[in-house]
Design a protein around this ligand. Structure first.
Ligand SMILES: Cc1ncc(COP(=O)(O)O)c(C=O)c1O
Length: 271
């Protein structure tokens, strides 16, 4: 009998992906080496990175003026890195649960944080709407899916300031208009890969808005300019991420996974 995992942490990957990963652990691309034993600076791994980039772009219709990069350290690392890179004076945050709160806490280390809206008054059971977004903010940060409370933005909001979204638990689960965001980031362990890699999709002009001199590894410029290869990237999770993207494409892309997700949700919530 097939078992289910309803945990909010690392989630079930497609069987096909796990089978491919298992094979690659034994012999990667017929190279005679395990994917666990290869250098990230090889032609074989370059091909993995290129394909992941191509598929990510295709599946989410990511415009050409966006770059994708990967880091270790999880989405939690992006909580402080987003602020370190972009919070000069004041940023706006929407507080919709545990993960927003964590992002807010880290941002306060770098500047003023204005919580523009919160759903804490009703135990985070809704997504605040219709709040004003001041135009003098460095950026607006939202958590697109509140993993613990289960509330989600079902539409991409309009923002007069750069919109940054933590999409850890709903990336590639529904179509997204990437052009509305200055940056999308998340841990990959819910929808794309095993734990160990976090992704970012960033509009190129944001790199010119980095507000301070940062340690090399903290600056987003480092990872974009070095194609996620400034240091050793999490090779195996990136390999599995690429296989998940291939699988998503093979089943019909985001439209199809969105349809399946709505069907699954209806079954569960209906019950
Ligand atoms: C929405 C959201 N943001 C951030 C995180 C933290 O991610 P990580 O464990 O990769 O740091 C999680 C983890 O569950 C999450 O669900």
């Amino acid at each position: 009998m097939k078992k289910h995992n309803f945990n909010a942490g690392p989630s079930i990957l497609a069987d096909e992906v796990i089978e491919k990963a298992a094979k690659a652990v034994l012999d990667f691309n017929g190279s005679g080496l395990s994917v666990l034993s290869i250098s990230h600076r090889t032609k074989d791994f370059d091909a993995v990175m290129e394909e992941a980039d191509r598929l990510f772009r295709e599946l989410l219709s990511i415009p050409d003026n966006y770059k994708i990069f990967y880091i270790g350290g999880g989405a939690s690392t992006f909580f402080y890195e987003v602020a370190a890179n972009f919070l000069g004076k004041k940023a706006g945050y929407v507080n919709t649960g545990v993960w927003s709160k964590k992002a807010i806490k880290e941002a306060k280390r770098y500047g003023e944080v204005e919580v523009l809206a919160t759903s804490e008054d009703r135990n985070f059971t809704y997504i605040p709407k219709g709040f004003a977004i001041p135009e003098d903010l460095d950026y607006l940060h939202i958590t697109s899916n509140n993993t613990i409370y289960g509330t989600e933005y079902h539409e991409d909001i309009d923002s007069p300031v750069p919109l940054i979204a933590d999409m850890s638990s709903d990336i590639l689960s529904r179509p997204v208009d990437v052009s509305k965001y200055a940056m999308i980031y998340g841990g990959a362990q819910k929808n794309l890969a095993p734990a160990g890699v976090a992704f970012a999709i960033i509009r190129e002009d944001m790199l010119d808005r980095i507000v301070r001199d940062l340690p090399t590894m903290v600056s987003f410029r480092t990872h974009v300019e070095n194609n996620s290869m400034f240091n050793t990237p999490p090779v195996f999770p990136i390999y599995v991420l690429k296989e998940t993207l291939c699988w998503l494409k093979s089943i019909g892309g985001v439209e199809e996974i969105y349809r399946r997700n709505r069907e699954k949700a209806a079954l569960l919530y209906g019950e």
